[in-house]
Design a protein around this ligand. Structure first.
Ligand SMILES: [Zn+2]
Length: 447
Protein backbone atom coordinates (compact mmCIF):
# COMPACT_ATOMS: atom_id res chain seq x y z
CA UNK A 1 0.00 0.00 0.00
CA UNK A 2 2.66 2.39 1.11
CA UNK A 3 4.92 1.47 -1.81
CA UNK A 4 2.00 2.09 -4.16
CA UNK A 5 1.63 5.65 -2.91
CA UNK A 6 5.33 6.27 -3.33
CA UNK A 7 5.28 5.00 -6.89
CA UNK A 8 2.32 7.27 -7.68
CA UNK A 9 4.39 10.16 -6.40
CA UNK A 10 7.29 9.03 -8.54
CA UNK A 11 5.14 9.20 -11.67
CA UNK A 12 4.17 12.78 -10.71
CA UNK A 13 7.83 13.67 -10.36
CA UNK A 14 8.65 12.02 -13.66
CA UNK A 15 5.93 14.03 -15.36
CA UNK A 16 7.27 17.19 -13.76
CA UNK A 17 10.46 16.63 -15.78
CA UNK A 18 13.92 17.82 -14.81
CA UNK A 19 17.26 16.07 -14.83
CA UNK A 20 16.71 14.15 -11.61
CA UNK A 21 13.27 12.88 -12.51
CA UNK A 22 14.71 11.52 -15.76
CA UNK A 23 17.10 9.18 -13.92
CA UNK A 24 14.07 7.77 -12.15
CA UNK A 25 15.87 6.97 -8.91
CA UNK A 26 14.76 7.83 -5.45
CA UNK A 27 16.91 7.08 -2.45
CA UNK A 28 16.67 7.38 1.30
CA UNK A 29 18.97 6.32 4.10
CA UNK A 30 18.76 5.98 7.87
CA UNK A 31 21.21 5.06 10.60
CA UNK A 32 20.07 3.58 13.91
CA UNK A 33 22.30 3.05 16.95
CA UNK A 34 22.60 -0.60 18.04
CA UNK A 35 25.19 -0.12 20.79
CA UNK A 36 24.45 -2.58 23.61
CA UNK A 37 23.16 -0.91 26.78
CA UNK A 38 25.39 -2.86 29.18
CA UNK A 39 28.02 -5.59 29.39
CA UNK A 40 27.56 -8.41 26.86
CA UNK A 41 29.77 -11.15 25.41
CA UNK A 42 31.56 -10.05 22.26
CA UNK A 43 31.51 -12.06 19.04
CA UNK A 44 34.36 -13.29 16.86
CA UNK A 45 37.25 -14.41 19.05
CA UNK A 46 37.21 -17.66 21.02
CA UNK A 47 39.95 -16.29 23.28
CA UNK A 48 37.66 -13.83 25.09
CA UNK A 49 36.72 -14.99 28.60
CA UNK A 50 34.41 -12.28 29.91
CA UNK A 51 31.81 -9.71 28.81
CA UNK A 52 32.49 -6.27 27.30
CA UNK A 53 33.98 -3.60 29.55
CA UNK A 54 32.97 -0.43 27.76
CA UNK A 55 32.16 1.38 24.52
CA UNK A 56 34.97 2.67 22.32
CA UNK A 57 32.61 3.77 19.56
CA UNK A 58 28.88 3.34 19.06
CA UNK A 59 27.78 0.77 16.51
CA UNK A 60 24.97 1.02 13.94
CA UNK A 61 22.63 -0.59 11.50
CA UNK A 62 22.37 1.53 8.34
CA UNK A 63 19.62 1.12 5.76
CA UNK A 64 19.68 2.45 2.20
CA UNK A 65 16.37 2.34 0.32
CA UNK A 66 16.54 2.60 -3.47
CA UNK A 67 13.54 3.00 -5.70
CA UNK A 68 13.93 2.64 -9.45
CA UNK A 69 11.77 4.09 -12.22
CA UNK A 70 9.35 1.17 -11.99
CA UNK A 71 8.49 2.30 -8.46
CA UNK A 72 9.89 -0.82 -6.79
CA UNK A 73 11.89 -0.33 -3.63
CA UNK A 74 14.93 -2.35 -2.53
CA UNK A 75 16.83 -2.00 0.73
CA UNK A 76 20.47 -2.64 1.56
CA UNK A 77 21.14 -2.98 5.29
CA UNK A 78 24.63 -3.00 6.78
CA UNK A 79 25.46 -4.03 10.34
CA UNK A 80 28.53 -3.32 12.52
CA UNK A 81 28.37 -6.95 13.64
CA UNK A 82 30.40 -10.12 13.15
CA UNK A 83 27.64 -11.92 11.25
CA UNK A 84 24.06 -12.05 10.07
CA UNK A 85 22.34 -14.83 12.03
CA UNK A 86 19.92 -16.87 9.96
CA UNK A 87 17.39 -16.67 12.82
CA UNK A 88 17.36 -12.91 13.33
CA UNK A 89 18.09 -12.11 9.67
CA UNK A 90 14.93 -13.98 8.70
CA UNK A 91 12.99 -12.18 11.45
CA UNK A 92 14.03 -8.85 9.87
CA UNK A 93 13.26 -9.82 6.27
CA UNK A 94 9.88 -11.33 7.28
CA UNK A 95 8.90 -8.08 8.96
CA UNK A 96 10.14 -6.05 5.97
CA UNK A 97 7.77 -8.13 3.81
CA UNK A 98 4.86 -7.66 6.19
CA UNK A 99 5.35 -4.00 7.09
CA UNK A 100 6.79 -2.55 3.86
CA UNK A 101 5.82 -5.08 1.18
CA UNK A 102 9.48 -5.86 0.43
CA UNK A 103 9.88 -9.37 -0.99
CA UNK A 104 13.02 -11.29 0.02
CA UNK A 105 14.95 -10.45 -3.16
CA UNK A 106 14.55 -6.74 -2.42
CA UNK A 107 16.51 -6.85 0.83
CA UNK A 108 20.24 -7.48 1.27
CA UNK A 109 21.71 -7.81 4.77
CA UNK A 110 25.49 -7.44 5.10
CA UNK A 111 27.66 -7.66 8.22
CA UNK A 112 31.02 -5.90 8.50
CA UNK A 113 32.44 -8.89 10.42
CA UNK A 114 33.60 -6.59 13.22
CA UNK A 115 35.03 -8.72 16.02
CA UNK A 116 34.32 -5.89 18.47
CA UNK A 117 30.54 -6.15 18.48
CA UNK A 118 28.15 -8.15 20.68
CA UNK A 119 27.10 -11.76 20.20
CA UNK A 120 23.72 -12.10 18.49
CA UNK A 121 21.16 -14.86 18.26
CA UNK A 122 18.98 -16.91 20.54
CA UNK A 123 21.59 -19.47 21.67
CA UNK A 124 25.18 -19.29 22.90
CA UNK A 125 27.86 -19.47 20.18
CA UNK A 126 29.66 -22.79 20.67
CA UNK A 127 33.06 -21.10 21.00
CA UNK A 128 32.20 -18.96 24.04
CA UNK A 129 31.24 -20.09 27.59
CA UNK A 130 28.01 -18.10 28.08
CA UNK A 131 25.93 -18.81 31.21
CA UNK A 132 22.12 -19.03 30.89
CA UNK A 133 21.95 -15.44 32.24
CA UNK A 134 24.41 -14.34 29.51
CA UNK A 135 22.23 -16.01 26.86
CA UNK A 136 19.26 -14.01 28.19
CA UNK A 137 21.26 -10.79 27.64
CA UNK A 138 22.13 -11.97 24.11
CA UNK A 139 18.48 -12.77 23.34
CA UNK A 140 17.25 -9.42 24.61
CA UNK A 141 19.89 -7.66 22.52
CA UNK A 142 18.86 -9.65 19.44
CA UNK A 143 15.16 -8.83 19.86
CA UNK A 144 16.03 -5.13 20.13
CA UNK A 145 18.34 -5.46 17.11
CA UNK A 146 15.47 -6.79 15.00
CA UNK A 147 13.19 -3.93 16.11
CA UNK A 148 15.84 -1.29 15.44
CA UNK A 149 16.69 -2.75 12.03
CA UNK A 150 13.05 -2.64 10.93
CA UNK A 151 12.86 0.91 12.28
CA UNK A 152 15.91 1.82 10.13
CA UNK A 153 14.22 0.39 7.03
CA UNK A 154 11.03 2.33 7.76
CA UNK A 155 12.96 5.57 8.17
CA UNK A 156 14.97 4.98 4.98
CA UNK A 157 11.77 4.42 2.99
CA UNK A 158 10.18 7.54 4.49
CA UNK A 159 13.33 9.45 3.48
CA UNK A 160 13.07 8.45 -0.21
CA UNK A 161 13.63 11.47 -2.46
CA UNK A 162 14.88 12.07 -6.02
CA UNK A 163 18.49 11.05 -6.49
CA UNK A 164 21.23 10.11 -8.89
CA UNK A 165 23.43 7.04 -8.40
CA UNK A 166 27.06 6.69 -9.45
CA UNK A 167 29.54 3.85 -9.21
CA UNK A 168 33.32 3.64 -9.24
CA UNK A 169 35.99 1.16 -8.28
CA UNK A 170 39.13 2.29 -6.43
CA UNK A 171 41.98 0.40 -4.78
CA UNK A 172 43.46 0.31 -1.30
CA UNK A 173 46.17 -1.89 0.22
CA UNK A 174 44.84 -2.82 3.66
CA UNK A 175 44.14 -6.53 3.17
CA UNK A 176 46.90 -9.13 3.39
CA UNK A 177 46.19 -12.81 2.74
CA UNK A 178 46.37 -14.07 6.30
CA UNK A 179 46.86 -17.74 5.44
CA UNK A 180 50.51 -16.90 4.77
CA UNK A 181 50.95 -16.05 8.46
CA UNK A 182 50.56 -19.75 9.33
CA UNK A 183 51.74 -21.34 6.10
CA UNK A 184 54.45 -19.18 4.57
CA UNK A 185 54.56 -21.12 1.31
CA UNK A 186 50.94 -20.40 0.31
CA UNK A 187 50.01 -18.01 -2.49
CA UNK A 188 48.50 -14.82 -1.10
CA UNK A 189 45.75 -13.53 -3.37
CA UNK A 190 43.73 -10.56 -2.09
CA UNK A 191 40.95 -8.41 -3.51
CA UNK A 192 41.99 -4.82 -2.89
CA UNK A 193 39.18 -3.20 -4.90
CA UNK A 194 37.24 -0.39 -3.24
CA UNK A 195 33.77 -0.38 -4.83
CA UNK A 196 32.00 2.93 -4.18
CA UNK A 197 28.32 3.66 -4.79
CA UNK A 198 27.33 7.25 -4.17
CA UNK A 199 23.90 8.81 -3.99
CA UNK A 200 23.51 12.50 -4.79
CA UNK A 201 20.54 14.79 -4.33
CA UNK A 202 18.97 17.07 -6.97
CA UNK A 203 21.70 19.69 -6.59
CA UNK A 204 24.54 17.22 -6.71
CA UNK A 205 24.95 17.15 -2.94
CA UNK A 206 26.42 13.92 -1.59
CA UNK A 207 23.82 12.10 0.48
CA UNK A 208 25.02 8.51 0.82
CA UNK A 209 28.30 6.69 0.25
CA UNK A 210 28.36 2.88 0.16
CA UNK A 211 31.89 1.53 0.27
CA UNK A 212 33.05 -2.07 0.09
CA UNK A 213 36.28 -3.82 0.99
CA UNK A 214 37.30 -7.44 1.47
CA UNK A 215 39.15 -7.88 4.75
CA UNK A 216 38.46 -9.10 8.28
CA UNK A 217 37.48 -6.35 10.74
CA UNK A 218 39.99 -7.58 13.26
CA UNK A 219 42.46 -4.80 13.98
CA UNK A 220 41.01 -4.65 17.50
CA UNK A 221 40.61 -7.49 19.95
CA UNK A 222 39.98 -6.14 23.43
CA UNK A 223 36.78 -5.74 25.47
CA UNK A 224 35.61 -2.36 24.11
CA UNK A 225 32.60 -2.31 21.78
CA UNK A 226 33.25 -0.70 18.38
CA UNK A 227 32.93 -1.24 14.63
CA UNK A 228 36.72 -1.70 14.25
CA UNK A 229 38.37 -0.13 11.16
CA UNK A 230 35.20 -0.10 8.96
CA UNK A 231 33.62 2.08 11.68
CA UNK A 232 36.53 4.53 11.54
CA UNK A 233 36.26 4.55 7.72
CA UNK A 234 32.57 5.48 7.89
CA UNK A 235 33.31 8.14 10.50
CA UNK A 236 36.00 9.70 8.28
CA UNK A 237 33.69 9.74 5.23
CA UNK A 238 30.87 11.34 7.23
CA UNK A 239 33.27 13.91 8.71
CA UNK A 240 34.45 14.89 5.21
CA UNK A 241 30.84 15.18 3.95
CA UNK A 242 28.60 16.60 6.69
CA UNK A 243 25.04 15.39 6.28
CA UNK A 244 26.01 12.30 4.29
CA UNK A 245 25.52 8.77 5.62
CA UNK A 246 28.14 6.07 4.99
CA UNK A 247 27.56 2.32 4.70
CA UNK A 248 30.26 -0.35 4.73
CA UNK A 249 29.80 -3.63 2.81
CA UNK A 250 32.14 -6.51 3.65
CA UNK A 251 33.53 -8.39 0.63
CA UNK A 252 35.07 -11.85 0.23
CA UNK A 253 37.62 -11.22 2.94
CA UNK A 254 37.50 -14.56 4.76
CA UNK A 255 41.21 -15.17 4.22
CA UNK A 256 42.36 -11.55 4.60
CA UNK A 257 43.41 -9.63 7.68
CA UNK A 258 44.44 -6.00 8.02
CA UNK A 259 48.16 -6.38 8.64
CA UNK A 260 50.02 -5.52 10.68
CA UNK A 261 47.76 -5.96 13.69
CA UNK A 262 48.53 -6.45 17.35
CA UNK A 263 46.49 -8.97 19.35
CA UNK A 264 48.86 -9.62 22.25
CA UNK A 265 48.74 -8.23 25.80
CA UNK A 266 52.10 -6.43 26.09
CA UNK A 267 51.18 -2.98 27.49
CA UNK A 268 54.00 -1.41 25.48
CA UNK A 269 52.39 -2.63 22.24
CA UNK A 270 48.66 -2.23 22.91
CA UNK A 271 48.46 1.32 21.55
CA UNK A 272 49.13 -0.07 18.08
CA UNK A 273 45.72 -1.77 17.91
CA UNK A 274 43.63 1.40 18.04
CA UNK A 275 46.11 3.42 16.01
CA UNK A 276 46.10 0.82 13.24
CA UNK A 277 42.30 0.50 13.23
CA UNK A 278 42.05 4.28 12.84
CA UNK A 279 44.71 4.28 10.13
CA UNK A 280 43.04 1.52 8.09
CA UNK A 281 39.79 3.48 8.38
CA UNK A 282 41.57 6.59 7.08
CA UNK A 283 43.13 4.69 4.20
CA UNK A 284 39.76 3.38 3.05
CA UNK A 285 38.16 6.82 3.44
CA UNK A 286 41.00 8.32 1.36
CA UNK A 287 40.38 5.74 -1.38
CA UNK A 288 36.69 6.76 -1.34
CA UNK A 289 37.58 10.45 -1.52
CA UNK A 290 39.77 9.87 -4.56
CA UNK A 291 37.03 7.88 -6.25
CA UNK A 292 34.49 10.65 -5.59
CA UNK A 293 36.83 13.07 -7.34
CA UNK A 294 37.03 10.79 -10.39
CA UNK A 295 34.39 10.66 -13.06
CA UNK A 296 32.17 7.94 -11.70
CA UNK A 297 29.74 5.96 -13.86
CA UNK A 298 26.10 7.09 -13.59
CA UNK A 299 23.79 4.16 -12.89
CA UNK A 300 20.44 3.84 -14.59
CA UNK A 301 17.65 1.48 -13.71
CA UNK A 302 15.83 -0.71 -13.59
CA UNK A 303 17.18 -2.48 -10.52
CA UNK A 304 16.58 -6.17 -11.15
CA UNK A 305 16.81 -8.43 -8.11
CA UNK A 306 16.99 -12.18 -7.48
CA UNK A 307 17.35 -14.24 -4.31
CA UNK A 308 17.67 -18.03 -4.30
CA UNK A 309 19.18 -20.76 -2.18
CA UNK A 310 21.30 -23.59 -3.52
CA UNK A 311 22.31 -26.75 -1.62
CA UNK A 312 26.05 -27.04 -1.09
CA UNK A 313 27.47 -30.41 0.01
CA UNK A 314 28.86 -31.01 3.51
CA UNK A 315 30.86 -34.03 4.57
CA UNK A 316 29.45 -34.69 8.04
CA UNK A 317 31.59 -36.25 10.77
CA UNK A 318 30.68 -39.69 12.13
CA UNK A 319 29.45 -40.28 15.69
CA UNK A 320 32.82 -41.93 16.51
CA UNK A 321 34.75 -38.90 15.24
CA UNK A 322 32.56 -36.55 17.28
CA UNK A 323 32.89 -38.67 20.42
CA UNK A 324 36.66 -38.64 20.16
CA UNK A 325 36.62 -34.84 19.59
CA UNK A 326 34.35 -34.47 22.63
CA UNK A 327 36.85 -36.34 24.81
CA UNK A 328 39.87 -34.57 23.29
CA UNK A 329 41.89 -31.72 24.73
CA UNK A 330 40.90 -29.08 22.13
CA UNK A 331 38.28 -26.94 23.95
CA UNK A 332 36.65 -25.65 20.74
CA UNK A 333 36.55 -29.04 18.98
CA UNK A 334 35.02 -30.52 22.11
CA UNK A 335 32.40 -27.77 22.48
CA UNK A 336 31.41 -28.07 18.79
CA UNK A 337 31.26 -31.88 19.06
CA UNK A 338 28.95 -31.62 22.08
CA UNK A 339 26.55 -29.42 20.13
CA UNK A 340 26.68 -31.69 17.06
CA UNK A 341 26.13 -34.90 19.06
CA UNK A 342 23.03 -33.32 20.59
CA UNK A 343 21.83 -32.44 17.07
CA UNK A 344 22.54 -36.01 15.92
CA UNK A 345 20.53 -37.42 18.84
CA UNK A 346 17.64 -35.11 18.00
CA UNK A 347 17.57 -35.49 14.19
CA UNK A 348 19.08 -38.98 13.79
CA UNK A 349 21.90 -37.61 11.57
CA UNK A 350 23.84 -34.49 10.66
CA UNK A 351 22.90 -32.57 7.50
CA UNK A 352 24.95 -33.44 4.41
CA UNK A 353 24.18 -30.14 2.69
CA UNK A 354 23.63 -26.49 3.53
CA UNK A 355 20.92 -24.31 1.92
CA UNK A 356 23.15 -21.47 0.74
CA UNK A 357 21.53 -18.10 -0.10
CA UNK A 358 22.72 -16.16 -3.17
CA UNK A 359 21.40 -12.70 -4.04
CA UNK A 360 22.04 -10.66 -7.17
CA UNK A 361 21.07 -7.06 -7.87
CA UNK A 362 21.64 -5.64 -11.36
CA UNK A 363 21.60 -1.88 -11.81
CA UNK A 364 20.78 -1.61 -15.52
CA UNK A 365 23.98 -2.55 -17.37
CA UNK A 366 26.19 -0.49 -15.07
CA UNK A 367 26.63 -2.63 -11.97
CA UNK A 368 26.13 -6.23 -10.90
CA UNK A 369 26.03 -6.53 -7.11
CA UNK A 370 26.44 -10.15 -6.00
CA UNK A 371 25.79 -10.84 -2.30
CA UNK A 372 27.17 -14.20 -1.15
CA UNK A 373 26.50 -15.77 2.24
CA UNK A 374 29.01 -17.02 4.78
CA UNK A 375 32.67 -16.13 5.16
CA UNK A 376 33.74 -16.28 1.53
CA UNK A 377 37.39 -16.58 0.50
CA UNK A 378 38.90 -14.23 -2.06
CA UNK A 379 38.88 -16.64 -5.02
CA UNK A 380 35.12 -16.19 -5.48
CA UNK A 381 35.41 -12.41 -5.86
CA UNK A 382 38.33 -12.64 -8.28
CA UNK A 383 36.66 -15.36 -10.36
CA UNK A 384 33.27 -13.64 -10.56
CA UNK A 385 34.79 -10.24 -11.39
CA UNK A 386 36.95 -11.81 -14.11
CA UNK A 387 33.79 -13.39 -15.51
CA UNK A 388 31.38 -10.45 -15.28
CA UNK A 389 33.66 -7.43 -15.54
CA UNK A 390 36.23 -5.96 -13.19
CA UNK A 391 34.77 -2.47 -13.36
CA UNK A 392 31.10 -3.38 -13.20
CA UNK A 393 30.95 -6.20 -10.66
CA UNK A 394 30.81 -5.94 -6.87
CA UNK A 395 31.03 -9.18 -4.90
CA UNK A 396 30.00 -9.00 -1.26
CA UNK A 397 30.46 -11.81 1.26
CA UNK A 398 29.08 -11.97 4.82
CA UNK A 399 25.56 -11.36 3.53
CA UNK A 400 22.12 -12.69 4.45
CA UNK A 401 23.27 -15.77 6.46
CA UNK A 402 26.76 -16.00 7.93
CA UNK A 403 27.22 -19.52 9.30
CA UNK A 404 30.81 -20.55 8.51
CA UNK A 405 33.63 -20.35 5.99
CA UNK A 406 33.10 -20.88 2.25
CA UNK A 407 36.37 -22.20 0.84
CA UNK A 408 37.28 -22.39 -2.84
CA UNK A 409 38.60 -25.63 -4.35
CA UNK A 410 42.12 -24.22 -3.99
CA UNK A 411 41.67 -23.46 -0.30
CA UNK A 412 40.01 -26.83 0.31
CA UNK A 413 43.01 -28.56 -1.28
CA UNK A 414 45.46 -26.52 0.77
CA UNK A 415 43.50 -27.23 3.96
CA UNK A 416 44.07 -25.17 7.09
CA UNK A 417 41.67 -22.93 8.97
CA UNK A 418 39.50 -21.53 6.14
CA UNK A 419 39.70 -24.92 4.37
CA UNK A 420 37.56 -26.62 7.01
CA UNK A 421 39.07 -26.38 10.49
CA UNK A 422 37.02 -23.25 11.16
CA UNK A 423 33.70 -24.92 10.32
CA UNK A 424 33.76 -27.13 13.40
CA UNK A 425 30.14 -26.42 14.30
CA UNK A 426 28.80 -27.29 10.83
CA UNK A 427 29.52 -30.98 11.29
CA UNK A 428 32.10 -31.30 8.57
CA UNK A 429 33.95 -29.50 5.80
CA UNK A 430 32.33 -28.55 2.52
CA UNK A 431 32.72 -30.94 -0.40
CA UNK A 432 34.90 -29.90 -3.36
CA UNK A 433 31.82 -29.15 -5.50
CA UNK A 434 31.05 -26.08 -3.36
CA UNK A 435 32.81 -23.60 -5.67
CA UNK A 436 31.26 -24.78 -8.95
CA UNK A 437 27.79 -24.99 -7.40
CA UNK A 438 27.90 -21.41 -6.12
CA UNK A 439 29.49 -19.94 -9.26
CA UNK A 440 26.98 -21.79 -11.44
CA UNK A 441 24.09 -20.51 -9.30
CA UNK A 442 25.30 -16.93 -9.73
CA UNK A 443 25.49 -17.57 -13.48
CA UNK A 444 21.88 -18.81 -13.60
CA UNK A 445 20.70 -15.80 -11.63
CA UNK A 446 22.60 -13.35 -13.87
CA UNK A 447 20.44 -14.48 -16.76
ZN1 LIG B 1 36.08 -14.58 10.22
Amino acid sequence: MYIGKVSALLICLALAGGAQAQTGWKAGAAKVDITPAGPIWMAGYAKRDKTSEGIRKNIHVVALALQDETGRTSVLMTFDLVKIGRDWGTAITDRCQKEFGLSRDHVVLNSSHSHSGPVTGYAAPYYLPLTPADVEVERRYTRELVDKSVEAVGQAIRNLSPATLEFGQGLAAIAVNRRRVRLRSLPGPVDQDVPVLCVRGPNGELKVVVVGYACHATALGDYQISADWPGYAKEEIEKAHPGAIALFVQGCGADANPLPRYQGTDPAMLHYSVELAQMYGKILAAAVEMELHEKMTPLVGPLRTAYETVDVPLRPASREELQSALAGSDRLQSAAAKQLLAQMDKDGKLPDQYPYPVEVWQFGKGLKFIALSGEVVVDYALRLKAQYGWDTTWVAGYSNDVFGYIPSVRVLREGGYEGGDANKDLGGPFGPAVEEIIVEKVGDMMK
